[in-house]
Design a protein. Structure first.
Ligand code: 9UX
Length: 72
């Protein structure tokens, strides 16, 4: 069963930052859909928790040098 999570992200300073996050997350196996918004400072992922964990997704965002504040 797919899960959806919206994460608040610190450090996106231009619209391309959101695109970088989107393409990185979108390329992970287990991630069905990824979108990020510079305006709202968030990224939303639809993923299969049996294939990829939320903590792995967060780790990938942090690797790009953004900081995940929290998810809801
Ligand atoms: Mo814009 Mo973001 O030049 O990593 S892409 S600041």
């Amino acid at each position: 069963k797919l899960a959806q999570k919206t994460l608040n992200i610190d450090g996106m300073t231009c619209a391309n930052c959101a695109l970088k996050i989107e393409s990185t997350l979108g390329g992970l196996s287990g991630v069905e859909k990824a979108s990020a918004s510079y305006g709202s400072g968030t990224a939303t992922v639809v993923y299969d928790p049996e294939i990829i964990s939320l903590s792995k997704i967060i780790e990938e965002i942090e690797k790009l040098d953004y900081h995940v504040i929290d998810g809801q």
